[in-house]
Design a protein around this ligand. Sequence first.
Ligand SMILES: Cc1cc2nc3c(=O)[nH]c(=O)nc-3n(C[C@H](O)[C@H](O)[C@H](O)COP(=O)(O)O)c2cc1C
Length: 199
Amino acid sequence: MDYKIGGEMKVIAFNGSARRDGNTAILVNAVFGELEKAGIKTELVQLAGKKIRGCTACGKCFEKQNNRCAVKGDIVNDCIGKMLAADGIILASPTYFADVSSEMKALIDRSGFVAKANQDMFKRKAGAAVIAVRRGGAIHAFDTINHFFSINQMVVPGSSYWNIGVGLAPGDVHGDDEGIMTMKTLGANMAWLMKKIQE
Ligand SMILES: Cc1cc2nc3c(=O)[nH]c(=O)nc-3n(C[C@H](O)[C@H](O)[C@H](O)COP(=O)(O)O)c2cc1C
C-alpha cells in the first residue's frame, strides 16, 4: 500500500495494453508531461504481462469492507492501494473489439466493486480515460472507463476532443497531432481540476 506524503499530489495511471510501450503508453506520457509541469507526481503501472483476473462475484468485499479484494495472487490489490493513495486516476486502454482490453476490464470490475463496497472510496478523486485506436470503437472504450468514474463519484476533466489517439503500430500516435494535443490539454485540465479539488 502506498501512502501520500505531505500535500504533494499524485496521479496514478494504468495501461491496459498488452504492449508495454505502445500507443496507449505514449498518450499517457503526453498527459503526464503537463501534470508534471504543474508539479504533480506521476506513476505508470503497465498491466502487460502481469497476472490479473476478473471479478469472481464472491461478494466478500461487501462482507469484509476492508478496501481489499478477496481474490489473491494477482496485482489488483496493489493497484487498489495505488488508486487509494493517489489524487487522480488515469485508466488507459487500447481499443480491442470496440472496447477496453480484458486486463483493463478486470481492473475496472474488481477495483470498482471494492470501491462500491467501501463507501465509494475513490469519491472526488479526479479520473481520466485515455484510449488508443486504429480506426473504430474508441468512443465505446472511452465510455466504458467513464462509467467507472461516474458511478464512483469521481470528477472528470474534459479536453478539446474525446481522449483518443489514432495509430496501429507502436509509435503511430506520434503522427496524430490532434490526439497528442488532446492529451496535453487533458493533462493541463486535470492538473487545474486537482488543484481546485484540493483547495
Ligand atoms: C485484440 C485486438 C483488438 C483490436 N480491436 C480494435 C478495434 O476494435 N478497433 C480499432 O480501431 N483497433 C483495434 N485494434 C488495434 C489497436 O487498438 C491499436 O493498434 C492500438 O494503437 C494499440 O495500442 P497499443 O500500442 O498501446 O497496444 C485491436 C488490436 C488488438 C490486438
